[in-house]
Design a protein around this ligand. Sequence first.
Ligand SMILES: *Cc1c(COP(=O)(O)O)cnc(C)c1O
Length: 370
Amino acid sequence: MEINEIFVTRSSMPPYEDYIEAIRPLWDSHWLTNMGDYHQELEKKLKEYLKVPELSLMVNGHMALELAIKAMDFPENAEVITTPFTFISTTHAIIRNNLKPVFCDVKLSDGTIDETKIEDLITRNTVAIIPVHVYGNICNIEKIQQIADKYGLKIIYDAAHAFGEEYREKGIGNYGDASIFSFHATKVFNTIEGGAVTFKDKNLYDKLYFLKNFGICDAESAVEVGTNAKMNEFSAIMGLCNLQYIDHVIQERRIRNNEYRKWLNDILGIRFFHDKPYVKKNYGYFPIIIEKNYPLNRDELYDLLKSHKYFSRKYFYPLTSDQECFNNKYKNIKLENARELSKRMLTLPLYEELQLEMIKNISEIIKNCL
Ligand SMILES: *Cc1c(COP(=O)(O)O)cnc(C)c1O
């Protein structure tokens, strides 16, 4: 890695001394994993920070989603309505639970599931909706809940991008039957690798606890066909350290978001998402849409920025439904808006220590093409 290369993100880390001091007790206890003290403490602190009634820590966001789905005990081959404009994990988690993903189109306005197209996809076999708060853009929560209530469906939100976000002054993890968060190194809040499920139903806590620990409930019995999705103590401590700085991190991201908005505001052919009422954002990403009237297409702008050593990312291209592991199975589904966005979106570099000067440079490169 050359020193002057700017990537789309850079992992948040606490001051070195914070972390080293914090892990010292592990050399006394020799308790490194299996729901130790720090695992418990981080669950408690995250529950407070995310303002949710229940939370189960996991080894990563993907396993949080797999196990949130697993915990619902859906019948095999049942259908789950979801979107393809997301990270591949969302789709994999459904299929790895022996369920069928049914892809719904998204809205051009924010990339989230188009709630007006959900009902047409519901069949006798539909059991759940798994919408994604993509880039931290909050789905139409009320409408999705209405549909779920009408047809008796579960809702599990992929809130991997929505750490710390709030809607109508409630933590985003309060909505639906469960939400999952990712604490991967590249996310707004990280535990190196990690994740969590949030939910209201108290019974789910034990169920998820068993599922993430091989289904073991005591020394001699396994009550679930579980897996291993436990967060270790080093990761939990990283989380506790990073949590101390999270408000600062989000504030710095907000400043950088506004800086991009300021410079890119009047550029013909460049569009970005606007804040919505009643939403408290985490400013995790700065995605832009390269419209038809901009002189370069998305791939050309990506290459141009790259030639200046600014590495943006084509989130989310290709659509998950078009990935080669699915052998063209979903190729013919009409997903007009999702395809359009997937072709036009570019996520620009953003992290809490990115110099404002860099944002100006990136914006000028984009502007100078006109
Ligand atoms: C990051 C991410 C995940 C998976 O989280 P990991 O912690 O990397 O396992 C799932 N869904 C979305 C939308 C993500 O961005």
